[in-house]
Design a protein around this ligand. Structure first.
Ligand code: SAM
Length: 268
């Protein structure tokens, strides 16, 4: 608890990231990631393998953009740094583990950005959503975009804040969560660069005898095309959140999202 408070206080984060709850969420993720390190290891290894496949055949390797880079656990940073001229780690907040990891590579930069474009809406400074990924779409040097297990996380803070605060945003955007998830997927599809998507889609509460007690959709009603790979991410082993059940997330890896979408469209 003390470590969490100190991290919250001493992480260089914007006032916006503190006010919107993103810093608090990031600190709690860091804390959980430390406690569940061994349970998460197989998931992180699967993610690394998908990312390595995503650029194995890429002829040009100038800029790689990692969206939702977080603690940089589920992307192989050393391999990306060696393969690309420049790697941009994009997250609404960068905790010290990410800052230290970035410092080890001369071509890795941190970009602090709310990729949902909701911050101004949440803080009452705008009435609509911004398009924060546009700057990367318009950068002709971007050859690989990785959306790194952030899709299901993106609506959490905005929806919670809008529901708690009421006001105009709640009336104007009753479907805010759906818009954020669908908007992120749409923004990924509009990149001409290779796009690698890592995401979870469902949460399952699983009893000690393997019975599924509850299944929760995590993507606000948005469906994904069939992925290249699917696996279970043991998010909370038995006893981490509740002594009676473990929490698993159904996880998916798309080495090439454009190809997965094209396959689905052809099958219709
Ligand atoms: C499950 S974590 C991803 C883990 C991360 N890829 C790693 O390797 O450690 C989700 C990430 O999404 C980020 N995130 C959530 N909302 C965001 C937003 N609006 N803009 C940018 N990043 C956001 C969080 O800060 C967090 O780092």
């Amino acid at each position: 608890m003390i470590a969490e408070i100190l991290t919250w206080l001493f992480t260089p984060a914007t006032l916006d990231a503190r006010r919107t709850g993103h810093l608090t969420a990031a600190v709690s993720l860091w804390s959980r990631a430390r406690r569940c390190r061994s349970a998460w290891a197989p998931h992180e290894a699967r993610c690394h393998a998908v990312v390595l496949r995503a650029f194995a055949d890429l002829p040009r390797r100038r800029t790689c953009v990692v969206l939702g880079s977080g603690l940089v656990r589920d992307v192989p940073l050393a391999a990306l740094s060696a393969a690309f001229e420049r790697v941009l780690l994009v997250d609404v907040v960068h905790l010290w583990p990410a800052r230290l990891a970035a410092r080890r590579h001369r071509n890795v930069e941190l970009v602090s950005l709310d990729i949902t474009g909701t911050t101004d809406l949440l803080l009452g400074r705008a009435t609509g959503l911004a398009d924060p990924l546009r700057r990367f779409r318009e950068d002709p040097t971007v050859d690989l975009v990785i959306s790194a297990n952030c899709l299901s996380q993106l609506p959490l803070q905005p929806v919670e804040r809008v529901q708690a605060g009421g006001g105009l945003a709640r009336i104007r955007f009753p479907d805010l969560g759906h818009r954020i998830v669908a908007g992120h997927l749409d923004a990924l599809r509009r990149f001409s660069a290779r796009v690698c998507l890592l995401t979870d889609s469902d949460g399952l509460d699983i009893a000690a005898d393997g019975t599924v007690l509850e299944r929760r959709p995590l993507l606000e009603g948005v469906t994904l095309p069939p992925a290249d790979e699917d696996w279970d991410w043991i998010l909370a082993p038995l006893g981490e959140w509740d002594p009676a059940y473990a929490v698993h997330h159904r996880a998916h890896g798309f080495a090439d999202l454009h190809a997965a979408v094209a396959r689905t469209d052809r099958g219709r």
